[in-house]
Design a binder for this molecule. Structure first.
Ligand code: ZN
Ligand code: ZN
Length: 356
């Protein structure tokens, strides 16, 4: 099988590997990849580090990320083979993969929060992912039925959709007219706007540098938009809304946006920080206490939340985000990552595997 891999962090060049197609063992399931979404996280994996502000760079090699690395964690595929211990798997069925694989034994995993496992081995990050003709999933419980859904859109639910849904869940319930600000409405933020709207929320303010992204956010349920430019972001958002806000979901989460998120909250407000753009934030600690602010980090979501996202989609309660097609080959993977690195992509790029 073909696999498209980065050889080391910091080297943007991807290479095409010719690997033996794996034979599933134990509870493993082998899928032929038909769709593979391209996530902004992959641009960080390609760069090889996260920016920790004054603490420097956190190198992914220090976190046990193995290179060469076959990325791709938004995968839809057709089940081709299953190990002897994998029960209830229908050969030939199309399935979405839950990629945030935990150890299965710790308190987080047993509590249904595999994404919070300290020993997680995520597909497309710590084990080979969907930028390849085939992918191995360790157990059938990570496969989600997406019958009736467009597979390209369904692929985006494994990370983009799930991340958006889980972040939206963290700020709700709120009165429907309580202002919620969504900072950064590219692929994931756009889905968050759509999800909040689907869950009945009315006052959604989208913030982005791109007018195209803001127009898309309006189409998907944003009631107000603010263009992020050189002006003081917190002042601009407060002026647009007419006062402080109950919650912020920050899909950028850099020095400027996190600082603005803190500054625009009401007493008892909540900031949910999702983005991995990096940096750090300095906040007045007295205000943190006096205003009783909750700061919460959010990383993807649980297996149950992925089922909930897919159910919402099946009921047509969340609108399809814009999907940009590309081919699942070396040129397709490389150019998609380049486009995400450059920024300004509205919606999600999804690679299409060869039809058979
Ligand atoms: Zn992702
Ligand atoms: Zn675990």
């Amino acid at each position: 099988m073909r696999a498209f891999a980065i050889s080391e962090g910091g080297n943007p060049e991807l290479s095409e590997l010719d690997l033996p197609t794996p034979t599933p063992e134990g509870t493993e399931v082998l899928l032929r990849v038909t769709r593979s979404g391209v996530c902004h996280t992959d641009t960080h994996l390609r760069a090889g580090y996260y920016d920790l502000g004054r603490r420097g760079h956190m190198k992914l090699t220090d976190r046990g990320i193995p290179y060469p690395l076959v990325m791709g964690h938004e995968v839809v595929g057709v089940v081709e083979a299953a190990g002897p211990g994998a029960s209830g798997v229908e050969i030939g069925s199309t399935r979405l993969v839950y990629p945030w694989i935990g150890c299965g034994e710790c308190a987080a995993c047993l509590g249904g929060r595999e994404n919070a496992c300290a020993r997680g081995r995520n597909i497309g990050v710590a084990r080979p992912g969907g930028y390849a003709d085939h992918v191995v999933v360790p157990h059938p419980r990570y496969l989600v039925d997406i019958e009736g859904l467009d597979p390209s859109w369904a692929a985006t639910m494994a990370c983009s959709g799930l991340t958006a849904y889980s972040a939206a869940n963290k700020v709700l319930p709120l009165p429907t007219e309580a202002p919620v600000v969504v900072i950064g409405v590219g692929g994931v933020g756009l889905t968050a706007v759509a999800t909040l709207s689907a869950l009945g929320h009315k006052a959604i303010c989208a913030v982005d540098m791109s007018e195209a992204n803001l127009a898309a956010a309006t189409d998907l349920g944003a009631s107000l938009t603010v263009t992020a430019d050189s002006e003081d972001l917190s002042r601009k958002v407060l002026a647009a809304i007419g006062g402080p806000v109950d919650a912020v979901i920050d899909f950028v989460n850099n020095d400027q946006t996190a600082s603005a998120a803190f500054d625009i909250l009401v007493k008892g407000g909540r900031m949910v920080q999702v983005g991995l753009f990096g940096g750090e934030v300095t906040i007045p600690t007295a205000l943190l206490a006096l205003k009783m602010i909750t700061i919460e980090g959010s990383f993807v979501g649980t297996p149950a939340e992925l089922e909930e996202v897919v159910d919402l989609a099946k009921q047509a309660r969340i609108p399809r985000i814009p999907v940009i097609d590309a081919d699942l080959d070396l040129a397709g993977v490389t150019s998609s990552l380049d486009r995400l690195t450059a920024g300004g992509v509205t919606g999600r790029i999804v690679l299409k595997g060869a039809e058979q």
